[in-house]
Design a protein around this ligand. Sequence first.
Ligand code: DON
Length: 593
Amino acid sequence: MNQLSQLQKLTIAVISLLMIVLPAHAQDAVLTPIVRYEGIHHPVLSRAGMVVTQNAIASQVGADILARGGNAVDAAVAIGFTLAVTRPRAGNLGGGGFMLVHLAGEGKTIAIDYREMAPAAATRDMFLDAADDVDNTKARFSHLSAGVPGTVAGMHYALTHYGTMSWAEIIQPAIELAESGFPISYDLSGRLDAYSKWLTRNDALRAVFYLADLTPRPAGELLLQPDLAWTLKQISAYGPDAFYRGAIADKIVAEMETGYGLITKADLAAYKVTEREPVRGTYRGHEVIAMPPPSSGGIHIIQMLNILETYDLAALGQNSAASLHLMTEAMRRAFADRSQHLGDPDHYTVPVDWLISKEYGQALASEIDPTHATPSSDVSPGAPAPYESPDTTHFSVIDRDGNAVANTYTINFSFGSGIMVSGAGFLLNNEMDDFSAKPGTANAFGLLGGEANAIEPTKRPLSSMTPTLVLKDGQPILVTGSPGGSRIITAVLQAIVNAVDFNLNVAEGVHRPRIHHQWYPDTLLVEPGMSVDTVGVLKALGHEIAQTSRTSGSVQSVGSSGPGSFYGAADPRSPDGLAIGVDVIEASAFMAE
Ligand code: DON
């Protein structure tokens, strides 16, 4: 027992001697490399730009573009096309999304809305059955569930207005990956396995992703997508017209005809990208810039931050029951308002100014009881004064000049509607389910919606996607966003609070367990890893806890402390994600900072 080796004895002797002869601060230095890291998780550090996506191949494509001198928008558009190949469950040509672009030189941020639009023939009751109930199969898994895709037009708009490189150059990596293949990840193969019963029903999709015996193509096998390569080449050669008016439009319409879908050539030709003014708020001396409607995300992030600003969260402690309680109460109230006041601003007047005002935030905060959960039945959407007006993927990019892009885009569920456009190799979204198919009832994410989000021709369905920038003194300090349906908004909220209130680095802030509440169902979702004692206190405060093994969101963040100092962290909740820096600073340098 306790037989020490000669080497161990010698080591102890040397350390003991040092303790005697060295002054205290030098003793500290001896011990520092072993024990004194400020966080458990560390971001990637770089000097000349950062790319964070949910897919390592796409991150590399983006980082290569930045290294070649492309700006953040060039990299973002290349990533957008690459993810359509390498992360087919969410990356897309057949969906839509939102991109925030921050232009460092002009100190200006632009919101690009390339959300899907309802086809002209869409009707308010198109998903109701004879009993007046929502037919979820129709709303989620049929050709009718697809909105007119916006991604190709959105990428083109971003590149031609704010990029520097050519369209063909930007698409080329995606073409090569579709044509020559890339190794299937465990995650992709696993997801295909999980959804195989549903996905193998579509012939085109089955041929791409499954073997003859209907098992998914295994991890490590090269995934070849020749039809998708054809589509990308068409887009590269003929621009968005190929998709909205040309050979690809013909294939989309043919697909609609076989499946009784609504999208026509006229719908495709009429698709329009809209540049919007972002919503803006402040939080403890920082500026928060986020996506306006038809996303609900930006408004509710600012609304919840306004509520939380009235409390000293830092003093309460990160993930303490007291701070989680306050965040839950803020979430509950924001989602109540979402159910009534949010919709496509081109079809419905959203009371934005009222929702994001400090006064309304303070009024909501004053209703919160710090010692008890408020039952959701006691919370209703607020009333503005009458005169006032299951997959997605996010990536964040910053370039050496501080231009930044936060982009979230989606086909809604993992693999969208499960319908691949025959001969074109891409999946169609099922975004029509984000409308309130029957106002007053919930969609697939359990989100209640009202008249504001009823189906109308050419309308854009309400979204939760929340690409967000946090600025300090005009410089982005956080570029962030997440997939996760309704949980996007609350995941982004916690990313901001973890950075601003709890001063956590982006990696640490993204790793910490999260919570989610959305008014109804009146349950507080708690991620694995949250302290059981904390959960116990939350229960005692009156929260109905739903603790599942499922995680919430996948936050992809870039942080910055100024020019030439960038931090990247991909959320480990998505196994394929990666942060890649340009001109990376080694870990030892990070420790010295
Ligand atoms: O736009 C929305 O809010 C939803 N279609 C997003 C879906 C989603 O995030 C699914 N993902 N993980």
